[in-house]
Every structure is written in C-alpha cells, then in structure tokens.
Design a protein around this ligand. Structure first.
Ligand code: FE2
Length: 153
C-alpha cells in the first residue's frame, strides 16, 4: 500500500513554523516529480534539486537550533540522522547527473518515493521525540509539559 504523499495532522510537532516547513518539504518533493514532466526538463529538475537541498539544509538547521535552545538531550543523534539524509540527496543528484534519458526520470522518481517515506518516518519517529521539549504553538500547557519532561529526563 502506498503511503500518503502529503502532510497529515498526526505529523504535527506542535510548533506551527516546523509544521509549515514539513509541509513545504512535501510540496518540494511533489515539485521534483513534476519537474521531470516539464519541457526542458533537465534544467528544471536540477533547479528543483538545488531548491530541495537548500530547503532541507534550512529546515534541519532551524530544527537543530530549536532543539539546542531547549537542551534536547538527543540532539547529536538527531543531527547525524539529518546529515545522513543530506548526503543521500546529494548522492541522488550525482546519480541524476550521470544518467541519461529515461534513466534520469527514474532516478528522480526513486528519490521522491524515498523522500516521502523518509520524511514521514522521520517526523513520526525522530521529530515526535523532541515535541515534549519545545514550546507548543497552540497551548501553554504544552510548554509546561515540556519543562516537566525536561526536568524528568
Ligand atoms: Fe528532524
């Protein structure tokens, strides 16, 4: 069964900015697939690859700074997971540049599938773990819970 390729409410980490960034990532993955269908495809795909790498770096940095600010105990581990993903995307870009014709399209499709899966898994496993530590956008109670979680760790 194919996993959904969009952001769902259960992905929320309680911080509206991060939720927005995760939604934007899903949007860029879609854009990547679409870019293979456009005319003059190669350039557009590479531009979308660049946008993807830029935005992933921006988002990871944002998340890491927030985790640092709240003294999230597993920050180093989380950073490594981010690093690994960035490397994987760069590998795909290289592979894309080396391939030709229909192969190019399948590299992008493979990457997009991987990214949809990766992001959902990552949000549900890793990102949910810092949720109790960060101030919650929609409730003050969330922040208090966060402080308690921090003290108990
Ligand atoms: Fe993350």
């Amino acid at each position: 069964m194919m996993k959904p390729t969009k952001w769902l409410n259960k992905y929320s980490v309680g911080d509206s900015e991060i939720d927005k960034q995760h939604q934007k990532l899903f949007h860029i993955f879609h854009k990547l697939i679409k870019s293979t269908e456009a005319e003059g495809s190669s350039l557009q795909v590479e531009q979308t690859f660049d946008q993807l790498l830029d935005y992933v770096a921006y988002h990871f940095n944002y998340e890491e700074q927030l985790m640092e600010k709240v003294s999230y105990p597993d920050l180093d581990k989380h950073k490594k997971v981010h690093e690994k993903l960035s490397k994987t995307v760069k590998k795909y870009l290289k592979k894309y540049k080396k391939s030709s014709g229909a192969q190019k399209k399948s590299v992008v499709t493979e990457l997009a599938r991987f990214l949809f899966d990766w992001l959902q898994g990552h949000i549900m496993k890793e990102d949910q773990k810092y949720k109790p530590y960060i101030p919650q956008s929609n409730s003050k109670g969330g922040f208090v819970k966060g402080v308690i979680a921090k003290l108990m760790n």
